[in-house]
Design a binder for this molecule. Structure first.
Ligand code: PGA
Length: 254
């Protein structure tokens, strides 16, 4: 049985002080949660402070991105080793905002995910179709391309460790979540492809989480769908009480 995985993507919100105070609040709210992986993904500037504040708690830490080179003349970039040293165990890769606002492609995603593994980080690889692609009936084709290129060259063992976040672009920050049926269909498709391309064992192990307007009041119906192993939460993760509520609603599955 896969352990539910609930991650809060804070995007470009929270100062260092806000981030640390959030962790202090969330720590108490999830103190007895041993059956769910609870992850916070702060900005780079807050990463180290959040990792320090989260030591000895149930909260694990993720970066929101990395650059694939180990070090060098890459002004503004941060390597996987640096993210790891700051205390993160996970890294979000290929979020749709990185793809649409910063020109990231599936090839970039592939390099970044490989760099994450090299640095000892677990990648949370984001995939998902736009509204136009869904309306044109291209959803599965788009997901296939993102999986094929994004995970190209990885071993079954690596894919088994992965977290894949299915985030339909039209559902991110819009208040319009996928229906439980739409989520179940897409997640089932993703797991089938992982099984076909990487094998049965990786497909059973890898966690496929849903993202896009997850809130306390829709979390349970989404997370209990077959093949949905948790959630990547944006807006609703900014409030520790709302985030802890989403964690609470994902419990009881392991
Ligand atoms: P949202 O964001 O929950 O605010 O829709 C999800 C995400 O961007 O990961």
């Amino acid at each position: 049985m896969r352990k539910p995985f609930i991650a809060g993507n804070w995007k470009m919100y929270k100062t260092v002080a806000d981030a640390v105070s959030y962790v202090d609040q969330l720590t108490g709210l999830v103190a007895d949660v041993t059956d769910v992986d609870v992850i916070a993904a702060p900005t780079f500037t807050a990463l180290y402070a959040v990792a320090q504040a989260a030591r000895g708690t149930r909260i694990q830490v993720s970066a929101q991105d990395l650059y694939w080179e180990r070090e060098g003349a890459f002004t503004g970039e941060i390597s996987g080793a640096m993210v790891r040293e700051a205390g993160a165990a996970f890294v979000i890769i290929g979020h749709s905002e990185r793809r649409t606002l910063f020109g990231e492609t599936d090839v970039h995603v592939n390099r970044k995910a490989a760099a994450a593994f090299t640095a000892g980080l677990t990648p949370i690889v984001c995939i998902g179709e736009t509204l136009a692609q869904r309306e044109a009936g291209d959803t599965f084709e788009v997901l296939d391309g993102q999986i094929r290129t994004g995970l190209d060259g990885f071993t079954g063992d690596q894919v088994g460790q992965l977290v894949i976040a299915y985030e339909p672009v039209w559902a991110i920050g819009t208040g319009r979540n996928a229906t439980p049926g739409q989520a179940a269909e897409a997640h089932g498709h993703i797991r089938t492809r992982v099984r076909q391309w990487f094998g049965g064992e990786p497909a059973e192990r890898c966690r496929v989480i849903y993202g896009g307007s997850v809130k306390p009041d829709n979390a349970r119906e989404l997370i209990t769908q077959p093949d949905v192993d948790g959630a990547l939460v944006g807006g609703a993760s900014l409030d520790p009480k709302a985030f802890a509520e989403i964690v609470a609603r994902s419990r009881g599955r392991v």
